[in-house]
Design a protein around this ligand. Structure first.
Ligand SMILES: [Zn+2]
Length: 446
């Protein structure tokens, strides 16, 4: 995968998010997209070199001399923005949870789903039995799908192995899939996703295993950048999260947590560990917002989970934004509560159910997602020197990105300077048509 010299020209709207170095976007600055009309972007060696109007680009002396060596992408009638940074996914699992899906629709609760053989238990069994190669293939398919929807950087968690061997296998699968993908993957160890069945009623012993065996082994193999904890009712307590964060710190790993999905947890004790982000945030005490706003911790909303679980309540994004908290959006892609890979869909849900404006939703899905993964010095904005991570959308106004829900308007994604996915081009359609004809030549068994 070689980064090419690329020139995107005649871009109808370019969203730059320039001045990203100033820190995560908060309050009014969350709507500041840094739009350039009729714009151009030049990328060389996987980096963005210049950003300006098409007129400026065509006058550039270097470009005049080297035009033939540069691949040109015509973006007339299109919007170009930083590739999405999906800062929360669980891609290492084998099977969809269809029992959960049907049971929940018919009104079953969590315990009834578990009794019917569903719930996290089924994903744990799937991962423990799977080979590393099979898991790698699953993660690779997810990465390709993400890119097709405009995502160029993704956080990927383990957390369905829940023993040393299967957590290592999961993180190795993430690493193997990431090596084959031109985009960027931030791996996270989520050993504290749930207490595994064999440790039922012995949660402290499991936390000790996470801290004393799993974290050291993962740090030694450099398999993760972050350690995550599911801190909520029925999962791990704030005191257990603190113990895990202390172990993570000792091994040089940054931390993040699932908080406030099912019940309120006070944030003060967690903020002491300077988490990169706190995710879900459906139930948060008002008194915790000022401290959160003063911190560099991002509050990440994952409305796909609220949607898929059929909840009528969504996180109160306006309360966070108006308090000056830096917010991000992510898919929470996982088999139990959010089998969704599309950041535009997450943005659409944020607009319709959380009253975020289209501009705020896009900033939360790009530059603030980059802050949530601590890669904002390279990702999430279109400025000279940043990584060439771009998404080209087949729309002429950025507000259309969350507006057209349930369809994919991403025309092309560029990851570290590598263009891919001419998903809506005539060439791709032509190829499909040819394949179809061939298949019809001789009938195939179902
Ligand atoms: Zn999650």
């Amino acid at each position: 995968m070689k980064a090419k010299a690329l020139l995107l020209v005649d871009i109808t709207q370019l969203l730059t998010f320039r001045s990203a170095a100033l820190g995560p976007r908060r309050s009014a600055s969350l709507s500041d997209l840094g739009i350039i009309q009729d714009a151009a972007v030049l990328c060389l060696g996987g980096k963005i070199v210049s950003v300006g109007t098409t007129k400026d680009a065509l006058r550039d002396p270097w470009l005049k001399k080297n035009r033939k060596k540069v691949t040109e992408i015509d973006c007339r009638g299109r919007v170009v923005l930083p590739g999405f940074v999906d800062s929360h996914t669980h891609p290492v699992f084998m099977h969809p949870r269809l029992v959960d899906f049907e049971k929940r629709i018919s009104g079953a609760n969590y315990e009834e789903i578990a009794e019917a053989g569903g719930g996290i238990r089924s994903s744990i069994d799937g991962v423990r039995k799977a080979s590393k190669a099979a898991l790698t293939q699953k993660v690779s398919a997810v990465l390709a799908d993400l890119a097709a929807h405009g995502t160029t950087t993704v956080e990927a968690k383990s957390g369905y192995g829940l023993n040393l061997e299967s957590e290592l296998k999961s993180l190795e699968a993430i690493r193997a899939a990431a090596r084959e993908w031109p985009g960027t993957v931030a791996p996270t160890f989520l050993g504290a996703h749930a207490v595994p069945p064999e440790y039922r009623g012995r949660s402290q012993e499991y936390v000790d295993l996470v801290c004393n065996e799993m974290i050291p082994a993962i740090a030694k193999r450099k398999l993760a950048q972050f350690v995550d904890v599911f801190c909520d009712r029925g999962a791990f307590t704030a005191a257990e999260a603190a113990q895990i964060f202390t172990a993570a710190e000792r091994h040089g790993l940054a931390v993040r947590a699932h908080v406030g999905q099912l019940s309120e947890t006070r944030l003060g004790p967690l903020l002491r560990y300077r988490p990169a982000s706190l995710d879900h945030m459906d139930y948060v005490n008002d008194a915790d917002l000022p401290a959160l706003a003063r911190s560099e911790t991002i509050a990440t909303f994952v409305p796909g989970a609220n949607y898929f679980l059929g909840l009528s309540k969504y996180p109160d994004a306006r309360r966070f934004i108006e308090s000056g908290v830096a917010v991000a959006l992510a898919t929470d892609y996982n088999p139990g509560s959010s089998p969704m890979l599309s950041m535009p869909m997450a943005m659409s849900l944020a607009c319709t159910h959380m009253k975020m404006s289209p501009a705020e939703a896009i900033a939360a899905a790009t530059i603030n997602g980059a802050w949530a993964l601590r890669v904002a010095d390279r990702k999430g904005s279109i400025e000279p020197g940043r990584d060439a991570d771009l998404a080209v959308f087949d729309v002429s106004d950025y507000r259309e990105i969350p507006y057209w829900f349930g369809t994919n308007r991403c025309a092309q994604t560029i990851m570290n300077g590598v263009p891919s996915g001419l998903f809506r081009s005539e060439k791709a359609i032509g190829e499909n048509a040819r394949k179809k004809t061939r298949r019809e030549d001789r009938p195939q068994p179902f």
